[in-house]
Design a protein around this ligand. Structure first.
Ligand SMILES: Nc1ncnc2c1ncn2[C@@H]1O[C@H](COP(=O)(O)OP(=O)(O)OP(=O)(O)O)[C@@H](O)[C@H]1O
Ligand SMILES: [Mg+2]
Length: 184
C-alpha cells in the first residue's frame, strides 16, 4: 500500500498517553513488535483517540518503505494494514477483474493483519469470513480496530467472525476527546 502522509511518522514515541489504558495498549503493541503477536488485539474507542496512529506505529516498525516513480510504498509483507471497506472493495474488484489478484490469498499469509474501521454488512460478513477463518486456523494474529463498543462489534461482525477474532484476544477501550480537536 502507499505510504499515507498523515501516518508516515506515526510511532509509539510520538503517541501521547494520558490514560492507563493507552499506556497498557502501547506497551502491549511494543512487545508485539519486538517479540511477535501471540494473540489478537481488539482496539475500541471513540473518534480521534489515535487508534489508526497506533496501527501505523506498528506498521511503520514492521514494514519497509520503497520508492517508485516518486511514490512511497510499503514493501514488507510482515504486516498488512487495511480498512474493512478497502478490503471489501478489493475483494469485489478481484471478482470483477480476472487479472486482479484476490487480496485474500496474500492476506492469509502475511504475519500480522491490521483491520481498521471494522463493521460489516450481512453480505460483507460472508465475503470476509474465509479470510478471518483461514487466519484463525493458521494461528495468525490480527489487530482489529473499531469505533463500536464490544456489544455493538458483536452485532456488526456477526457471531462467526466475532467469535474467531475475540477468542483469546486482548481488548483495549480508548476513551477521551478527539486529538484532532486538540491539535486544531
Ligand atoms: N494520543 C495521541 N498522541 C499523539 N497523536 C495523536 C494521539 N491521538 C491521535 N493523534 C493524532 O491525531 C490524529 C487522529 O488520530 P487517529 O486518526 O489515529 O484517530 P482514530 O482513533 O483512528 O480516529 P477514528 O476512530 O475517527 O478513525 C492523527 O493525526 C494522530 O496522529
Ligand atoms: Mg482511525
Amino acid at each position: 500500500m502507499i505510504v499515507l502522509p498523515r501516518f508516515e511518522k506515526a510511532s509509539f514515541d510520538n503517541y501521547e498517553c494520558t490514560t492507563n489504558e493507552q499506556q497498557r495498549l502501547v506497551e502491549t503493541l511494543r512487545r508485539g513488535v519486538q517479540n511477535g503477536f501471540d494473540r489478537n488485539i481488539v482496539i475500541l474507542g471513540s473518534v480521534g483517540t489515535g487508534k489508526t496512529h497506533l496501527a501505523f506505529a506498528v506498521k511503520n516498525a514492521l514494514s519497509k518503505v520503497d520508492e517508485f516513480r516518486g511514490m512511497k510504498f510499503y514493501t514488507d509483507d510482515r504486516c498488512a494494514y487495511m480498512t474493512a471497506k478497502t478490503l471489501i472493495d478489493d475483494i469485489h474488484e478481484a471478482w470483477k477483474d480476472r487479472d486482479c489478484e484476490n487480496p485474500v490469498y496474500k492476506l492469509t499469509k502475511t504475519d500480522l493483519l491490521i483491520l481498521d474501521e471494522m463493521g460489516l454488512s450481512q453480505n460483507e460478513r460472508t465475503e470476509l469470513y474465509d479470510l478471518i477463518n483461514a487466519r484463525y486456523e493458521r494461528c495468525k494474529p490480527m489487530i482489529c480496530i473499531s469505533n463500536n463498543t464490544k456489544t455493538e462489534l458483536q452485532k456488526v461482525l456477526g457471531q462467526r467472525i466475532y467469535d474467531r477474532i475475540s477468542g483469546g484476544a486482548e481488548f483495549f477501550e480508548i476513551s477521551g476527546e478527539s486529538y484532532r480537536q486538540k491539535v486544531a
